[in-house]
Design a protein around this ligand. Structure first.
Ligand SMILES: [Zn+2]
Length: 359
């Protein structure tokens, strides 16, 4: 029994030091108002938009749900609360647009195009703001005081009072000029980290005659969620308030900063690592969600089988489990396997498996 208890002890230590991680969330302002009701299915009725409304495509060149994610929505609570159109919490107070995120900055460096959501004319633009994740309240205040929350971006006029605004583009990537005509799908620049942002994404605000329009709802007098929707998207976009950005293995404990940097992408690990760690980085965790991790060694033995119930909701979070290398229970060479299930109200809402070679 001694080897087992030693093993369990090392695992608990590892998990213990990770409690703080799952409380890491995006640094957007959070509300102290009463928590809204939450659902992850959208039950309200959907109708066709008016024929003279602008029709949009997602403003990013990627496959939603695979290599990019609809992470934050328009805040539909006119008070100090926050609620998205699906009655979830993937927004923040006063958020006027939709955020399409990519998994990390390494992908951002490679270049992900920002696309014109519809035909139009570029009204105005900004470039030259640096790309940096804002990590402190001081950083955020500085950007707000300068009035440069949008960072690098542009506004496009689509006629009939319709405009779209694109924010947080990569410094030096803006590829259009003021007055230029663009077609839907034309490249405007690249996804970046300029302005008030804590993760690489493009933010799009839609306006009709100066009023913010939630593209998932269309022009509507109604606020809040569970309203009749007439979405502006040409092809229906799924409401996915919870998802996994990235998952993998590392030979050390993870940090959120390095996950956003794009680290921990080793295709294999060397045999002399001090620990093997299976991690998941996601968005839209809700209080009460259960995370179930299993880590299996190359012989198929379950080394770790661990469940954790979320104590609070998080817009983004990371979590994981691992096994330390010990004299009596070394990390075996071969293919290790990690299995992850995210369970809400008894139903699996996200699942993935990952494998890595330890040489
Ligand atoms: Zn945004």
């Amino acid at each position: 029994m001694i080897p087992l208890s030693r093993h369990t002890l090392s695992l608990l230590l590892l998990l213990g030091s990770l409690w703080g991680l799952s409380s890491c969330n995006s640094k957007e302002p959070t509300s102290t108002a009463t928590e809204p009701p939450v659902s992850d299915t959208v039950s309200q009725s959907v109708e066709s938009p008016d024929s003279d409304w602008v029709r949009l495509i997602p403003p990013i060149d990627c496959t939603l749900g695979e290599d990019c994610f609809t992470m934050l929505y328009v805040d539909r609570d006119p008070s100090s609360g926050e609620i998205d159109f699906g009655c979830g919490r993937q927004t923040y107070d006063g958020h006027k647009g939709t955020d399409f995120a990519i998994s990390d900055e390494a992908i951002m460096e490679e270049g992900v195009a920002v696309l014109a959501a519809a035909d139009g004319t570029v009204l105005r633009l900004r470039d030259g703001e640096s790309d940096r994740r804002l990590t402190t309240a001081e950083d955020i205040a500085e950007v707000e005081e300068a009035g440069k929350e949008c960072g690098n971006g542009m506004v496009i006029d689509h006629g009939d009072g319709w405009e779209t605004q694109y924010c947080h583009l990569k410094q030096g990537s803006v590829a259009v000029e003021a007055g230029q005509q663009v077609q839907q799908g034309d490249v405007l620049g690249e996804v970046g980290l300029s302005g008030k942002t804590t993760f690489p994404h493009v933010h799009i605000t839609v306006r009709n005659r100066g009023e913010v329009v939630d593209p998932f709802v269309g022009v509507s007098e109604e606020t809040g969620c569970n309203v009749t929707r007439r979405p502006l998207w040409e092809d229906a976009l799924e409401y996915e308030p919870t998802g996994i950005l990235r998952a993998g293995f590392s030979s050390e404990q993870i940090t959120l900063d390095r996950l956003w940097d794009g680290d921990y992408k080793d295709a294999s690990l060397s045999g002399d690592i001090p620990l093997i760690f299976f991690w998941v980085h996601g968005y839209g965790l809700l209080e009460g969600d259960v995370e179930h991790f299993r880590l299996l060694d190359p012989q198929g033995n379950v080394i770790t089988d661990y469940e954790q119930t979320a104590e609070s909701s998080q817009k983004t979070w990371a979590n994981g489990v691992g096994k330390r290398d010990t004299a009596d229970r070394p990390i075996l060479s071969g293919t290790w396997r990690g299995e992850y299930r995210l369970i809400r109200d008894g139903e699996v809402i996200a699942e993935l498996d990952r494998e890595i070679e330890v040489r």
